[in-house]
Design a protein around this ligand. Structure first.
Ligand code: HEM
Length: 352
């Protein structure tokens, strides 16, 4: 009775029928790669977990040199379930980046970036940077020794960019060295600037995904009828999220996220300081690159290659000349595979 009244009340005020009809007319292609279509939704799921756990952590976290580490110790030891919320936040951050990279790879290999989905690719590419930004800015916040030295190395990277490099470093650090100003900056970016920008771009990305519907890969044969988005695919998405939630809570409990000793700016860097795994390809390339190549500085070359490469990837939908003929672009696929293989090999070698 109440349910019916509520449904009618909402139906008279909101375009519920239009929304229902839209979802009913949306289908997800059924073929041997359909399983990869869950990755975008999984990334959204982890992002929501990050927002919820992040807000809870903000209640006790103190973004100061004196208070940061102590407040994290307090969260772990004193706040009821504080250790679990922190552990979930840290694990979900890593899992989100993993699902995001896999989602990018599925879009790339099924060449789903092709017209008319150029804006989806471009908004997704911006999201990739925003999400990596979360990882970078969040790393310093516990103010432990590894975080401190890794951020020192990380904020050093833009230094060799011609003209703007030193200013960029000073802007990130809030001065010459890592200190109070750096924590405040990283915190502001982490809890305010990045969430707002990410919410905006996730909104655009999801709106476009509803508008265009899921793309059909050109070379894969369909396996029966397409799957109705609502309720069938939505229920499958929910099932995936439930499994992800159980796994996430499981790892967060069994392997609680650690915390190093409080950072001491006077202590020498401990052995084996490394950034998070998703920054390793860049970090390790810097390590193996000679300091000078001909007349150029090694770091400047790497920064230039990364910037040009990033720009090329951003504009990929416009560079794919085979899109019009609806053929596989072997050159682009091979180049992408080589980059992915390079990142995997160099990451593994860094850990070995
Ligand atoms: C926070 C990050 C991201 C979220 C939450 C997200 C979410 C989604 C979702 C839910 C879909 C529809 C379901 C699916 O196809 O998996 C989708 C599709 C898509 N995404 Fe993302 N995405 C993100 C990042 C990216 C990145 C980094 C790229 C590439 C640079 C990208 C490119 C695309 C494209 C082209 C589609 C359309 C695929 C098709 O129609 O077959 N996305 N995304």
């Amino acid at each position: 009775m109440i349910q019916k009244y509520f449904k009618n009340w909402c139906g008279e005020r909101l375009p519920l029928d239009t929304i229902r009809n839209h979802f009913k007319n949306k289908f997800v292609p059924r073929h041997r790669h359909t399983i990869w279509y869950y990755l975008g939704g999984l990334t959204v799921f982890f992002f929501v977990i990050q927002l919820l756990t992040g807000v809870l952590l903000m209640i006790y976290y103190k973004p100061t040199m004196e208070g940061a580490h102590q407040s994290v110790v307090y969260i772990i030891n004193e706040v009821p379930f504080g250790w679990l919320i922190r552990s979930i936040h840290s694990w979900a951050a890593n899992l989100m980046i993993a699902t995001l990279l896999l989602h990018l790879m599925r879009v790339f290999y099924l060449q789903a970036y092709r017209p008319p989905r150029e804006l989806m690719w471009m908004s997704g590419f911006i999201l990739l940077f925003l999400i990596l930004g979360f990882g970078f800015t969040g790393y310093l916040l516990p103010w432990d020794d590894i975080a401190f030295y890794a951020t020192q190395i990380g904020t050093e990277v833009p230094k060799s960019i011609p003209l703007v490099g030193p200013t960029l470093v000073a802007l990130l650090r809030g001065g010459e060295d890592i200190g109070e100003a750096t924590i405040t900056r990283m915190y502001t970016l982490h809890v305010f600037v990045l969430p707002i920008a990410t919410l905006l771009f996730v909104g655009i990305h999801l709106f476009l995904s509803q508008y265009y519907g899921a793309s059909k890969p050109i070379t894969t044969r369909p396996k029966g009828k397409d799957i109705p988005f609502y309720p069938n695919f939505v229920l499958r998405d929910l099932r995936t999220w439930c499994i992800a939630l159980i796994l996430l809570i499981g790892v967060a409990i069994l392997m609680p996220w650690g915390l190093g000793e409080e950072a001491d700016i006077l202590r020498p860097a401990p052995e084996g300081v490394k950034p998070e795994w998703y920054f390793i390809p860049m970090y390790q390339t810097l390590n193996i690159l000679p300091a000078r190549i001909l007349i150029f500085d090694g770091e400047t070359i790497l920064n230039s290659v990364l910037m040009i490469g990033g720009f090329v990837v951003f504009l990929l939908p416009f560079l794919d000349r085979k899109a019009k003929q609806r053929e596989r672009n072997k050159f682009i696929l091979t180049a992408g595979t080589l980059v992915i293989l390079y990142c995997i090999v160099i990451t593994v070698s860094a850990y070995i």
